[in-house]
Design a protein around this ligand. Sequence first.
Ligand SMILES: [Zn+2]
Length: 343
Amino acid sequence: MNTIEEKVSQLHAGRLVDMHFDLPLGLFWNRARRNVIATDFLPELEAGNIGLLGVAIYVEDKYLPDQALRIALDQVAILHTEVEATRRLTFCRSFADIQRAQAQDRIGFILTMEGAEPLGDDPHLLQIFHQLGLRMLSLTHARTNAAASGGIFAAAGSPSDGLTAFGRQLIAECDRLGILLDLAHINAAGFEEICTLTNRPVIVSHTNVRRFYDVERNISDDQIKMIGARGGVVGINAILVSANKKEATLDRYIEHIEHVANLIGIDGVGIGFDFCEFLWRQMPVVEREELETKLTRPQFLPELSNHSQARNVTRKLIERGFNDKEIAKFLRGNWLRVLQRAL
Ligand SMILES: [Zn+2]
């Protein structure tokens, strides 16, 4: 009889896929340093058996609108320098690249963009980012931009309009180029409109369910069903598990997974940890307070606050009665299925 730790190791042998990590922003903040990934992140990624990571370009408010493109390119440039300097890492632009990374036991990065601000209002720029490796796009963060509006961190009150003409052009461009559409953060009208504009699977890279944390930034049961109907995946976020600190626990994290699985099956749920405590720690107190007022205060889970703690999720899934096949789908299989189709 295997111990539970051996079972976790077996389930992790095929590696995990996490489709949202703010690594480029972290690197940008530390751009005076070298080998930041190897020093600050690689040990945790290794400990958690992470095999594939969606790394998101994100531009802070203070650079909008004029410097957004410049900052985004800086983030991509730093990321390339870091990946080239670290043999354990590689960029993935195709499904074949993902398979090669797996075969070579390297950690693959998929370049994603959280908020279309770097594109300004020029749909042609998307193909430049595609050439730089961009393979997933969410039109908005919590803000309104030239493409669409984000859902706010409150139970009601997000802008009610859907996409702009530019936003609709971007959806068509993503379909043409093979860029996966990420519905994380977008408001309800935009979410629904994108589902009517494309027939490809759409995903939500990192979110929680409104059933347990009722803000418009999270997704409703109807939205979860829209993702399921298209063969998409909902990545479960580890920072908005509950508004209540006492209920922000690993058990509640698993309940978010169970809730999505109950609605659309285990095939519709994956990892979107969104670990960002390292950013929070680096922020000056004043800036952190400003951001918490503007958005919300994240409730970091003590048992799940960075990639080294990924085993805690797997162990808890076993304890709660998920079978090996279901757990493997959650840890990697579902994301790989969607990526194979999209790339
Ligand atoms: Zn986000």
